[in-house]
Design a binder for this molecule. Structure first.
Ligand code: AMP
Ligand code: MG
Length: 355
């Protein structure tokens, strides 16, 4: 009898909770993968399976896109210039295909063959240094997306010149976001959030407060990664940011960061501190990741013009600085909304630039 009352009570509580609409506890996991802190949170559907499978997927992409011994990219580097084709995993091949498509569209501003330059500067490692002109010229001479060849029928690739190497740092996180979207879909998760270090994110449906997820646009000059210049309330959208604050070192008052202009082989220097791009739809993760790096390299003026004609549906924000004031400049392509209509809670230190 006591047991029956207990069960009845449990059923009544469950009914009351359903009636008052209390959301179930989200299922969240955090780990260090892809050189950053990743968080996967799912509110509904097969939450546990989605999050656990998502974490395993990120580990897989991390290993595939790495330069470790035996990885696709390391084998490509070792056979660069010897004419041999190297079999590539489907995931890395897909990233290379999209990279080449955008390298062509951006006239090489986005170029994953920038690897020798990335390696030379070593930004974010203990070997970071300003290279000599001779070292720079040598590294630059091995950069060029036209020298990366892909064979789709055999899922293989080759680098036509010795000294070349690929770096997927500007696309892998965004690509992984798209993979996580597929995993959430498969497990019926409609509401949740995935964040790869805060620089690549996807907001699914609504937050537990039943409102759009509030994604912060990081203050580019604050030591506190949680200090924001604005907030993007998002639903079913990807957001990516690239900035000179992510990885850098300073020497003689100059900031050397990790986003390179493939033409000069130096950190892109256009006065832009950060770029954020928001997009929806298939491949939104990869697209936003590619676009933020591209727009950062191009700078405000060229970047705005490029975005308008690039054929994507995306909203972009460029952040510049003048004294203590941060200037916000927006650009939009296709059917995407204007950034001014998306962002809220803009900090007092930030100001929209007139169009
Ligand atoms: P992101 O933070 O997405 O802008 O990516 C920056 C990373 O991409 C760097 O750490 C480099 O590994 C790589 N990278 C730097 N410059 C470029 C470029 N112009 N095109 C493609 N990849 C780049
Ligand atoms: Mg990127």
């Amino acid at each position: 009898m006591k047991r029956l009352f207990g069960m009845l009570f449990a059923v009544m509580v469950a009914c009351l909770c359903a009636a008052c609409g209390a959301p179930p506890e989200p299922y969240t996991k955090t780990a260090v993968i892809m050189d950053t802190v990743v968080t996967i949170e799912a509110e509904d559907g097969e939450r546990e399976q989605a999050v656990d499978e998502g974490m395993a997927y990120l580990q897989k992409i991390d290993a595939l896109a790495s330069q470790n011994a035996g990885s696709d990219l390391e084998l490509l580097r070792l056979s660069a210039g010897n004419g041999q084709w190297v079999a590539i995993s489907p995931e890395v091949f897909e990233m290379l295909e999209m990279s080449q498509e955008w390298a062509e569209k951006t006239d090489g501003a986005f170029d994953v063959t920038v690897g020798p330059v990335v390696w030379l500067w070593g930004i974010g490692t203990e070997y970071a240094k300003v290279p000599s002109e001779a070292e720079l010229a040598e590294a630059r001479s091995h950069v060029g997306w036209q020298k990366l060849e892909l064979d789709k029928s055999a899922t293989s690739a080759r680098l036509t010149e010795a000294g070349m190497r690929i770096h997927l740092g500007a696309i892998a996180k965004g690509y992984a976001i798209d993979g996580l979207c597929a995993i959430f879909k498969k497990h019926g998760v409609k509401n949740g959030l995935v964040s790869l270090g805060g620089s690549s994110m996807y907001a699914f449906g609504k937050s537990p407060k039943r409102k759009p997820w509030r994604i912060g646009i990081r203050h580019p000059r604050s030591d506190d990664a949680k200090e924001y210049l604005a907030v993007a309330p998002l639903t079913d959208a990807a957001l990516s940011s690239s900035g000179d604050y992510e990885r850098y070192f300073e020497q003689d008052g100059v900031r050397y960061h990790h986003i390179f202009d493939p033409v000069t082989g130096r950190p892109a220097d256009t006065g832009v501190l950060g770029v954020t791009v928001i997009a929806t739809g298939g491949h939104a993760g990869t697209l936003t990741d590619i676009l933020t790096t591209t727009l950062f390299v191009m700078g405000e003026e060229k970047g705005k013009a490029f975005l308008k004609t690039c054929g994507a549906d995306a909203s972009a924000l460029f952040i510049m600085q003048e004294g203590d004031t941060f200037h916000f400049c927006a650009a939009t392509s296709g059917d995407a909304p204007a950034m001014q209509d998306v962002l809220t809670d803009v900090a007092e230190s930030a100001q929209w630039e007139a169009e």
